[in-house]
Write a protein that binds this ligand. Sequence first.
Ligand SMILES: Cc1cc2nc3c(=O)[nH]c(=O)nc-3n(C[C@H](O)[C@H](O)[C@H](O)COP(=O)(O)OP(=O)(O)OC[C@H]3O[C@@H](n4cnc5c(N)ncnc54)[C@H](O)[C@@H]3O)c2cc1C
Length: 392
Amino acid sequence: MYDVVISGAGPAGSKCAEILANAGLKVALLERDTQWRKPCGGAVSSRIFKYYPQLRSLNFNQINAITMYSSDYHQFNYSWKGIKENAINVDRLIFDNLIRNVAVDAGAQLFDKTLSYDFIYKNQRKVGIKAKSGSSKREFLGKILIIADGMSSKLAMKSGIRRKWKINEIGLVKCAILKGENLIDKDSISVFFQPFKAYAWIFPLTNNQFNIGIGTWQEENLKHNISDLFSKFIKEPTIRKILYKNKFKTIWKSAYPIPAIGILEKSLYDQNIMLIGDAAGFVSPISGEGVHPSIVSGKAAAETSIKALEEENISRKTLNMYKTHPNIKKIRRNFKLKLSLVDFFFENRGKNISNMFHVAEEDELFREEVIGMFLFNKVPSKDFLSKIKSFK
Ligand SMILES: Cc1cc2nc3c(=O)[nH]c(=O)nc-3n(C[C@H](O)[C@H](O)[C@H](O)COP(=O)(O)OP(=O)(O)OC[C@H]3O[C@@H](n4cnc5c(N)ncnc54)[C@H](O)[C@@H]3O)c2cc1C
């Protein structure tokens, strides 16, 4: 019998497992496949170092500047070189295995090639997770069960805590890691807002490798084919200039959904179960940043579990501590506000984004707010919108 069984060893599950194991608890961390590369841009702000200081000394590509393009290709450049700590761009295959190992070193038991598919019930209570490992079946009994297996989580729905996402509640994204000679500034990431609810990116990984992708969300998911958008984006003249060569070797490519409406507040926990990371919608509705919020949710769920197990009370009422954890409350408020801004930004074919960049060029404080919002999940001030609206 485990104290905690976690389904999914992505950023959310691994951080959760590490904290629980460090507290001396017996933890099973079930992972479908440690050789699967999570489709992701891999851009991670410096806030990650608070949770993984060991990443500072590793060889991930350091980022200290961003160029954002509005749909009319108006450019906004910002560099934080020497002012703030660098962000990093990571290959998720390497990053995820690294942070899994941190959890294993702390004492968590990682079960690779182990696909969770249902709950184990006793007296109508969920007392564990059933999993398949090749052709054999295994059962993992646990006092607390944590669902961290991403946005397509079957267990999240089977738990009855969360319903299936609707098509207008998700984003659809296609991305690739390409290799070849290019003119991309290795220290800088680029984001390209589209004239509809979508944006594309180029994130450098090494001198000759970069992550490139595009995603739509809400009603736009139904209007576009994501593979067509990807092919079109890569052929645009501005992108061709940046990429410079026509031929690139595809190291990897994939298409995947992403939660786009923030956290489903009523879908976070039940008696002895918590949903964390993408499984619960911990992705910023504007920037699509999900690695950091997922880690924060994993930490909050771990702290809640430790307290609940200490008190020998794993009831729904006790696990409410997860939802009301100060960091979760902060993210919930932040995401709600961001969600309310999405329509405004993309009005008139993305005109407000273009206006925002114009204001940012003139107003230093406003510029910091734009960066804070897109890169550091900060909430903009009350007069942020009025400044954009009054731009002529
Ligand atoms: C294309 C794309 C680009 C993105 N770009 C960025 C970015 O640049 N920066 C950023 O911060 N965020 C980005 N995100 C969001 C980010 O990838 C996620 O928010 C983050 O990975 C969520 O972490 P997680 O641990 O909750 O879930 P995941 O990372 O999805 O991890 C879930 C884990 O569970 C495993 N699993 C799944 N099903 C099962 C099962 N049945 N049994 C056992 N294991 C299972 C999976 O193999 C995986 O390892 C992007 C997302 C997408 C789709």
